[in-house]
Structure formats: structure tokens, C-alpha cells
Design a protein around this ligand. Structure first.
Ligand code: WT7
Length: 637
């Protein structure tokens, strides 16, 4: 096996990039030729960013699982597709060859069919990081059901919102999940969510921790029993549903600056080509390499670089159930040693946290198999970059700093490992096919090098979102209405003297906390639901491990019996409404918030105070009541 479209040198990168801009349709068609299509496309691309309308590989027919499974089960049946490392290092690890994984996927696809799931139906998946999660995802794709994976850290309320928005008819979950030394009662959380989800007819429950769970007659059924049923039916085969390139493959919810999380929609053909192309090129994957992405499949990183990217490339994907710091802070390096990992892909927040535990946890680990290190999720500071490069990569492994988003489907700006230049804290150059543009404060395109602006993309790429589920106008407003004819990313960006890109962070009211995206408005709404809270304002502040922490200013007119307990109650409310990941790090009670005469909260000032700025709060002339600011500054935590 080889990848004819794998870029091998800087010259090849330059020529691929040039071709991708001069003739994007030919460029992507040549790559798409390397996949299994049931029917070729008649036209490569139709688009406008006004509506927006984006269509790739028009009238192309395929099933992504034939590309991820069948073709490899045929040509390399015994190659491991998924290697699974459990939470508990002492317990049994599992391996699935391509042949075995295909069988498991077909089997579970038949379970879904037995439970009346049809092409186009939405299925919510709320599961631990076990192989059955990947199997469930692929089984949906096999029969053309649209999966909506919800990360195991979200609350019942958040799940309910997502299930209702997509009108899911079936939920796949487990009794519980192991996470370090804790167990999380997944089924009980689903039960709470389902109190308000009429669309759900069936719940399939995998046994993982064997904690007691309620099982409702007619609705809830065990994974294992369902498998037994299809086994007794005696037909292990399940045909891959023929899908149009533009049929929906999945929905993944993500936060924005306003309102509830939106369901980002990806489609079958373009997403597959893009996840595969970026996987093969950014990480320079070679057949036989063990690829370890530490993300959870509940996030886009797991969708694209645990499941679809690696499997569509016939690669070996290592999937890990646990957390980086349990049983100790050497867990990742243990896994690298044990499984002879060649490529590791993780997040700056994990790197910073492991860095803080010191070098002892690396000392006795053999990291010599590593060839490439990757990072994603937030800007990586130079210190963390160097620590990763020196201590983990022993200065021999290129570090790929990969910038992208849930909406982009795959990596957009990144060096290609060992092929294009790297620079600490810089994502460097765009992937072929990606046309970045920086827009300055005047709304004009910032030309040339040594400049900065809001990062936009000027031309469609196959992996981009097509819509936000059930609300196309929201998609237009969010991404295509800020600037004419451009996709707006929400990120600020610098372009250095070499033309290398450096992402500076969000320019909207979205926080990036430990690489997770959280809307300030969402957190405020949750805080405001707590009894006694009148109003709140949430901003980010620099946090040594998380990148950004959450700082909440809260006007509270209830009775505090104990101020500290009230703060914990507020945090608990946020955990209930959104999930533990959105709990504020700091809560400051205030008597008023800085507002303009028209009543708009001046977050800019609150952000400065939270960042520790004492003098220069910027332009405060619009403030209605300057005394409010003084009071807030006095009470800063
Ligand atoms: C936001 C997207 C895409 C997978 C993980 C997060 C930030 C992502 C980088 C990077 C600087 C980065 C951006 C982006 N981001 N990667 N390498 N350098 N910032 O996905 O939840 O959709 O968040 O993460 O701010 O907009 P997401």
C-alpha cells in the first residue's frame, strides 16, 4: 500500500499547493480517484458562500465504511485497524484486525436495522472510549444513519438539547464509563436526559462497568443481547448503503458565541477525502505505523483522526480509554512504550499538565519508536512546544502544530511532518487546497507578510461544514455573513516574515478551555439559572494548564449562609446544565457589571481585570458608572 498523493518534499508541497489554487477541481478529483466509489461524480464542485451552498463530488455515490473497512479487509485483512488500551493498565487490551472490525461493524449494523434504524435517521451515541464506540459510529455509517456523538462529560440537559435538536430515534450508551479512578454513570445520565426526549424509541446499552442500571421494557435493550439475536439469525453480512457524496454522515455539536450549541453537519464524500488527505500528509503516515490520537471520539479530533482518517488510510489507530494522569502522569509514555507508537497526536493542555509533573514519569520509558509528534486544540506556547520536542521527541521528531475546527472537518493549517518547515508556536503553512486570508480592522484584506487579522478562508475545501442541522440561516450568519464571500473562522491570526501563520486565539465570545470550546453566553445562561443570581458575565483568563480558565462575575441577591458554598452551588448548577467542563475556575460576587449607556456589558474591561491588568483598562469613556469598575477591581480574585 502507498499513498500516491503523499507529499514528500517542500518542492512537492509547493507544486501541490500551486495546483490546488490554480485548478482546485482537478486537484481534488485526482485525490478522490484513490477511493472506492460506487459511482463516480459528474462534477467536482458547485459553490457559493452567500447562501452558503457547498457541494463536492456531485452525484458521486459511496459508502465511507467500504473505504474504511472492506477495501482493507480485502487487501490487508490481518493488519490491526484498532488497538485498544483500557483505562486500567492491568486489564485486558484488545485488538481488531481490518477483517475483524468489518465483521463487528456489519454485525452491529444489523442490530441497528433490527431496531428499525433506517438511512437518514439520527442516532445519538453517548459512550466511553471503548472499541464499541468506534464500531457504533461505523455501523451507523454502514446503513446511512446519521451519528451524533455526544462527549461523555456533558450533562443530561446538554444531551437532551442535542437529542431534541436532531430528533434522534435511538441512543447507544453503556451502563457506565471508567475515567481514571472514577466511574461515570452514563446510563443514569441518559435516563435523566430521556425524560424530555419523545423522539427516542430505543436505547442500546453496552456493559462496561456493570453498575446497576434501570432498563425500561420496550425501550432499553442490552448490546450483548442484541448481538446474540443477530448471531442466531446467522447472517453476518450487511451491505453498505449507497450514499450520495452530499448525504449527511454525521452531526457534531459545538459552541458558538451565542445561543445553544449548533449541530455542525458533515457529508460523506468530501469529509472522507479531506480527513484522509490531511491524515496521510500532515502526519506522513507510513504503512505499519502505530498512530495514537489521545482525543475522545466525542470531539471532532476523534472523529477525523481516530476513526475516519486513519481507517480510510488502512492505518493502525490506537484508541485509549483513560486519562493522561492515572495511575500516574506517565500513562501516555507507558502506552507509547508498550505499543511501540510511531505517531502521537495530543493537546497543549495535556502537554502542559504532564510537563508540570516533571521528568520522572518519562525517565524509564522507551520513546524511541516515535517519529512524529502532533498538537491540536489551542495555541501551543513555546515552552510547551520545546518540552514536547526535547523530552518526548528527543529533538528527532518533527512537531506538527495543526490548526483546524469542528467546522473544517480536518486539519487546515499545519506543517507536514519533516516535509515543510516547523516553527515553535506557529502552525506555519496551509494544507494544499486551503486559501487563508487575513482581514484587518478596516475590513480589508491584509496583504503580504508581517501582518495580522481575522482568519478567513477564501475558497471551499471538501471537508468543510455544509450547514448547521435544522437551521441553515444560523450557519450563514455564523460563518459567512461577517465578510463577503469568505468563511470566517472566529480566530485571530498573524502571518510572520516567512508567511507562516500563527493563531492568536478566538476573537469572538468563545473560550478555549483545555482545548474545549465553550461559549461565554452558554456559561452565563447556566449561572443565571441558579437561584439568587441576578446577572453574570463570563470571560477567560490565562491559566497555566488549561490555556484559558473561566472567570465569572456574578450579581447575587439571594442569602449567602456561606459565600464559599454558594459559589460551589453555582458551579454545581453549571455542571448540571452544561457539564463539569464548563465549571467556572473563579467566581467573584459583584454589585454591578460595567455597562454602556445602552446596557451592553463591557466584557473587554472585565477581561482585562481577570487577566490581572490593574492600570490600563483601555477606553472606558462609554462606561455608565465607573464606580462599578473600581469595586470589581478591589474584589479581584
Ligand atoms: C478552535 C476550534 C480542531 C480540533 C480541536 C478543537 C482552536 C485548534 C489550534 C492550533 C491554535 C487552535 C482555534 C479554533 N485551535 N487548533 N493548533 N493552534 N488554536 O476543535 O472545538 O472546533 O475548536 O480551537 O481557536 O477555532 P474545536
Amino acid at each position: 500500500m502507498s499513498y500516491p498523493y503523499q507529499i514528500k518534499s517542500l518542492e512537492e508541497y509547493n507544486s501541490a499547493y500551486k495546483k490546488s489554487v490554480e485548478d482546485p477541481e482537478k486537484f481534488w478529483a485526482d485525490i478522490a480517484e484513490n477511493f472506492t466509489w460506487k459511482n463516480k461524480w459528474d462534477k467536482v464542485l458547485e459553490w457559493n458562500f452567500k447562501e452558503p451552498k457547498i457541494k463536492w463530488f456531485i452525484n458521486g455515490k459511496l459508502n465511507i465504511t467500504e473505504n474504511c473497512l472492506d477495501r482493507w479487509a480485502e487487501s490487508q485483512p490481518d493488519t490491526p485497524a484498532i488497538i485498544w488500551e483500557p483505562n486500567d493498565p492491568e486489564s485486558h487490551r484488545r485488538k481488531f484486525s481490518y477483517k475483524e472490525l468489518l465483521l463487528k461493524v456489519m454485525q452491529f449494523a444489523n442490530v441497528l436495522k433490527n431496531n428499525n434504524v433506517k438511512k437518514g435517521d439520527r442516532v445519538c451515541i453517548y459512550m466511553p472510549m471503548v472499541p464499541e464506540l468506534a464500531i457504533a459510529v461505523l455501523a451507523c455509517a454502514r446503513i446511512g444513519a446519521i451519528h451524533s456523538v455526544v462527549f461523555g462529560g456533558f450533562s443530561a440537559q446538554s444531551i437532551a438539547d442535542r437529542i431534541q435538536d436532531a430528533e434522534c430515534s435511538l441512543v447507544i450508551t453503556a451502563d457506565g464509563a471508567y475515567r481514571g479512578n472514577k466511574t461515570i454513570p452514563l446510563k443514569a445520565i441518559i435516563d435523566d436526559a430521556l425524560v424530555r426526549c419523545d423522539s427516542v424509541k430505543k436505547v442500546i446499552v453496552l456493559t462496561r462497568v456493570r453498575t446497576p442500571v434501570s432498563m425500561i421494557k420496550g425501550r432499553d435493550t442490552w448490546w450483548e443481547d442484541e448481538i446474540q439475536k443477530v448471531e442466531s439469525e446467522g447472517n453476518p453480512y450487511c451491505a453498505a448503503e449507497e450514499m450520495d457524496a452530499e448525504d449527511m454522515l454525521f452531526i457534531l455539536y459545538t459552541s458558538g458565541s451565542t445561543g445553544k450549541p449548533k449541530g455542525v453537519v458533515h457529508t460523506c464524500g468530501g469529509y472522507m477525502v479531506y480527513a484522509n488527505y490531511t491524515f496521510v500528509n500532515v502526519f506522513q503516515y507510513q504503512p505499519g505505523d502505530i498512530f495514537f490520537c489521545t482525543a475522545d471520539i466525542g470531539w471532532i479530533t476523534g472523529h477525523s483522526y481516530i476513526v475516519y482518517g486513519p481507517l480510510s488510510a488502512g492505518a493502525t489507530s490506537l484508541m485509549f480509554e483513560g486519562i493522561p494522569t492515572w495511575p500516574d502522569a506517565g500513562r501516555f509514555w507507558d502506552i507509547v512504550d508498550k505499543h511501540k507508537v510511531n505517531i502521537i497526536y495530543t493537546a497543549p493542555t495535556a502537554i502542559r499538565s504532564l510537563m508540570a509533573y516533571g521528568p520522572d514519569f518519562i525517565k524509564d520509558k522507551n520513546l524511541g519508536t516515535l517519529k512524529v509528534l502532533g498538537t491540536v486544540g489551542e495555541p501551543i506556547n513555546e515552552e510547551a512546544w520545546h518540552w514536547y520536542h526535547e523530552n518526548i521527541g528527543k529533538k528527532k521528531c518533527p512537531v506538527v502544530d495543526t490548526w483546524w475546527q469542528t467546522e473544517t472537518g480536518g486539519i487546515m493549517i499545519s506543517n507536514l511532518a519533516g516535509v515543510t518547515p516547523q516553527k515553535p508556536a506557529h502552525t506555519t503553512l496551509p494544507i494544499p487546497g486551503i486559501q487563508p486570508v487575513l482581514i484587518n480592522e478596516k475590513g480589508e484584506i491584509a496583504e503580504g507578510n508581517n501582518t495580522s487579522g481575522n482568519l478567513c478562508i477564501a475558497f471551499p475545501w471538501p471537508g468543510m461544514l455544509r450547514t448547521t442541522y435544522g437551521d441553515h440561516e444560523r450557519c450563514r450568519m455564523n460563518y459567512f455573513a461577517t465578510y463577503d464571500n469568505l468563511y470566517f473562522t472566529g480566530d485571530g491570526c498573524l502571518r510572520d516574515e516567512n508567511g507562516f501563520y500563527r493563531i492568536t486565539g478566538r476573537v469572538d465570545d468563545v473560550l478555549n478551555v483545555s482545548g474545549h470550546r465553550i461559549g461565554t453566553a452558554e456559561v452565563e445562561n447556566a449561572i443565571n439559572m441558579h437561584t439568587g443570581v441576578v446577572e453574570s458575565a463570563v470571560v477567560g483568563f490565562p491559566h497555566a494548564i488549561k490555556g484559558l480558565g473561566i472567570y465569572a462575575y456574578v450579581i447575587f441577591n439571594g442569602i449567602h449562609h456561606d459565600e464559599d458554598l454558594t459559589k460551589q452551588d453555582i458551579s454545581q448548577t453549571v455542571a448540571r446544565i452544561i457539564g463539569a467542563i464548563a465549571k467556572p475556575d473563579k467566581i467573584q460576587f459583584v454589585n454591578g457589571l460595567p455597562k454602556t449607556r445602552s446596557g451592553k456589558i463591557m466584557r473587554r474591561i472585565l477581561r482585562k481585570i481577570a487577566e490581572g491588568e490593574t492600570h490600563n483598562l483601555g477606553d472606558t469613556t462609554a462606561l455608565l458608572d465607573p464606580a462599578v469598575v473600581e469595586e470589581i477591581q478591589k474584589g479581584k480574585l
